[in-house]
Design a protein around this ligand. Structure first.
Ligand code: BGP
Length: 472
């Protein structure tokens, strides 16, 4: 590709606290909702007993190894690292009057290290976790009181880190409550639509309030939302399939619509009516929602198809979502359908709809890597996947879309959010640890490490016209 990405384009990777840090009760941290999900977001919850194994308790030990890991990211040429703050490190119970200084001190060290390496932090306030106490005592986000707990937390971290952190995101994949209510909102899986949408409403209000706080406390800061970008295509061109596709896409677009426009889109009125949902929206909520985000961020792993035919929908699957397979696409080992062109399509679609800068904050291939006899990890399938996706990002930029940056998911192997496996590897850096927790935790550069380094160094001009992926 002869095209060079803009000089300001941010290149890097993305991780989440509960999937990398470990040290789940160190230095005053409280238990989080993630700490009681040993089988991942799609598994059952457990009441923790002393001695129970949860791979996230140690994860990849980023809590103690962050300096070396950041050195490796810097060696690859990262200009950006997306991390999340574990809310329960700062407010162990969520409703504490005072923050936990040791938790704040940890992130001080991380941000100082990033500053030393000239890596711009992009920080998510809540990535698939909240203090467990809030889920247990308050029914999670179903409670309006949690808005205040969250804004207290947001204010604390903006005031403490605002001098070094200028880029923020509110809730990771804010639409996830529709699919995994405990992961998204601390709610039971079988909660009613009324509870689920009220919790979502509270999150949208909390997000808007955090946006306002960020604007007030960090005047040169930028804050965005984060959506699971699950673009659906019609399974056929039969008009009812096309209409069904619009309906399903609106399930996630609704979040971006509220967060960019400051009010609910009109199509939700009918939807709420049909679901029998009556939201409690106060005058203060309506006012708060008016504070809109500065940019839109999203994760992108796959696309799927929608159909108006219930028999077709019965075969739907896909990462926590209801998607029919697209016969034109191949899938990863975990069945996630690989669609690089869909990323260009989504970028254009969001740009046309919102005219706000976009940031791809997750994208990557989970695969079972093998350490070869030569001691190396030849992950050519990952390079092919990322090459093809980044190539399409370049195309979108040439289409005129404003793209702020790209942080690949899991630049270092980490624990899977959906399945809690470590063997579902995304990294440029291999971590010696298996799903049972065996291994030295030693880090090793994969072949893709040097590939990504070259791509960043060339500002994308080293990318090649699309190649084939592992599954082909
Ligand atoms: C997104 C989550 C991430 C991450 C990623 C990959 O939905 O925001 O936390 O884990 O998906 O998914 P998984 O880890 O299940 O492979």
């Amino acid at each position: 590709m002869s095209f060079e990405f803009p000089k300001t384009f941010l290149w890097g990777g993305a991780v989440a606290a509960n999937q990398v840090e470990g040290s789940h009760v160190s230095d005053g941290k409280g238990l989080s909702t993630s700490d009681v999900q040993p089988f991942g977001a799609m598994g059952e919850l457990v009441d923790r007993q002393e001695g129970d194994f949860n791979i996230k308790d140690t994860a990849i030990d980023f809590y103690r190894r962050y300096e070396d890991d950041i050195e490796l990211f810097a060696e690859m040429g990262f200009t950006c690292l997306r991390i999340s703050i574990a809310w329960s490190r700062i407010y162990p119970n969520g409703d504490d009057a005072e923050p936990n200084e040791a938790g704040l001190a940890f992130y001080d060290k991380v941000f100082n290290k990033l500053q030393e390496k000239n890596i711009t932090p992009l920080v998510t306030l809540s990535h698939y976790e909240m203090p467990l106490n809030l889920a247990k005592q308050y029914q999670g986000w179903a409670s309006r009181d949690v808005i205040e707990c969250f804004t207290r937390y947001a204010k604390t971290v903006f005031e403490r880190f605002g001098d070094r952190v200028k880029h923020w995101l509110t809730f990771n994949e804010i639409n996830v409550t529709l699919h995994e209510p405990f992961t998204g909102s601390g709610l039971p899986r079988d909660c009613s639509e009324q509870t689920r949408y009220q919790a979502i409403h509270h999150q949208l209000v909390a997000s808007a309030k955090a946006v306002k706080l960020c604007h007030d406390i960090i005047p040169d800061g930028k804050i965005g939302n984060m959506i699971l970008g699950a673009m659906m295509y019609p399974r056929t061109c039969e008009p009812n399939d096309v209409m069904q596709t619009l309906t399903q896409n609106r399930e996630w677009l609704m979040f971006g619509d509220v967060q960019t426009r400051g009010y609910y889109p009109s199509y939700m009125t009918r939807k709420f009516k049909e679901l029998g949902v009556e939201l409690n929206i106060t005058a203060d909520d309506t006012e708060a929602l008016k504070e809109t985000i500065d940019f839109i961020s999203f994760s992108y792993y796959m696309t799927g198809c929608a159909s108006a035919d219930p028999a077709e929908m019965a075969n739907a699957s896909g990462n926590m979502l209801n998607m029919i397979n697209n016969p034109y696409l191949q899938a990863s080992e975990w069945g996630w359908q690989i669609d690089p062109v869909g990323l260009r399509y989504l970028l254009n679609f969001l740009w046309d709809r919102y005219q706000k800068p976009l940031f791809i904050v997750e994208n990557g291939l989970g695969a079972k890597d093998v350490v070869s006899d030569d001691g190396k990890i030849h992950d050519e399938y990952r390079m092919a996947y990322l090459n093809d996706h980044l190539f399409q990002v370049g195309e979108a930029i040439q289409d005129g879309v404003e793209v702020l940056g790209y942080t690949s998911w899991g630049p270092i192997d980490l624990v899977s959010a959906s399945t809690a496996q470590l063997s579902k590897r995304y990294g440029f850096i291999y971590v010696d640890r298996d799903d049972q927790g065996n291994g030295t935790l030693e880090r090793k550069r994969k072949e893709s490490f040097f590939w990504y380094q070259a791509v960043i160094q060339s500002r994308g001009s080293a990318l090649k016209a699309p190649t084939k992926t592992k599954s082909e």
